[in-house]
Design a protein around this ligand. Structure first.
Ligand SMILES: N[C@@H](CCC(=O)N[C@@H](CS)C(=O)NCC(=O)O)C(=O)O
Length: 240
């Protein structure tokens, strides 16, 4: 049995979802609606003690962390390889996936979560308090507490925007140097990981990520969107 618990084709959930579809591996698609708090059930938290997605369940084994899940999928399902064969290119792929986990994702989370403030601030205060008490992860709880009260302040938003500009500049330079893909001569787990976040920057910050501001990143985004696996993923009907 292979099952993926996820929030749909966005952010960290997109990473293993797209990897599975690219590899053509059959899996049990366990979409959870964050708006309906479907990740707060005791059943899900028995699988994911931090209450977070994505989570892969393979027979009786649980794998967490989107980057680690993709490396696991690559080891278990090596057909349609998404990891470069050359050790140096593979090392560079991992530097990029680490960079997304440690720098890109935290910066985008600030702006993404802030954008949810109008929806979250309408939740009844007692209900929100009960929700916060059901969040096992302290960082996640802190984020929800901030957006349910006031959202992030201007200094925090400015810092996140400035970090995201550095990310897009770095990607732009890498693609100018390397060509179609972020490392090596083929689409890899590094492209998938970056693609889990980059559409969010294009949507929220068009002054930083657009055809004119970042032409190489713009063309790379369109190249990825043209892939049959991405179209298949985008065509799925996840009822939010
Ligand atoms: N480092 C983890 C991060 C996972 C993560 O941040 N998941 C978010 C969704 S993108 C989550 O489950 N949040 C729970 C919540 O906001 O309540 C990974 O890459 O899998």
């Amino acid at each position: 049995m292979l099952a993926l618990y996820h929030f749909g084709p966005v952010a960290n959930s997109l990473t293993p979802l797209l990897c599975l579809i690219e590899k053509g591996v059959d899996f049990d698609d366990r979409f959870l609606s964050s708006r309906r708090w479907e990740h707060h059930t005791a059943e899900f938290q028995a699988i994911s003690p931090e209450g977070m997605v994505p989570v892969l369940v393979h027979d009786d084994r649980i794998v967490t962390e989107s980057t680690v899940i993709n490396e696991y999928l690559e080891d278990v399902f090596p057909a349609m390889p998404l990891r470069p064969a050359d050790p140096w290119t593979r090392a560079r792929m991992r530097v990029w996936t680490k960079y997304v986990d440690e720098f890109f994702c935290p910066a985008l989370t600030v702006l993404g979560a802030h954008g949810a403030t109008p929806f979250v601030s309408q939740i009844d205060k007692d209900e929100m308090q009960r929700r916060l008490e059901r969040m096992p992860n302290a960082e996640v709880r802190k984020k929800w507490a901030i957006i349910s009260e006031r959202g992030f302040d201007e200094a925090e938003l400015a810092e996140a925007r400035s970090r995201l500009k550095r990310v897009i500049d770095k990607m732009e330079a890498a693609l100018a140097d390397n060509g179609d893909w972020i490392v090596g001569d083929a689409y890899s787990l590094a492209d998938i990981k970056l693609y889990s976040m980059a559409p969010g920057v294009e949507r929220i910050l068009p002054d930083i990520c657009s055809e004119t501001a970042s032409p190489n990143v713009f063309a790379w985004l369109r190249r990825i969107e043209a892939r049959p696996a991405v179209q298949q993923m985008r065509g799925k009907d996840y009822a939010r």
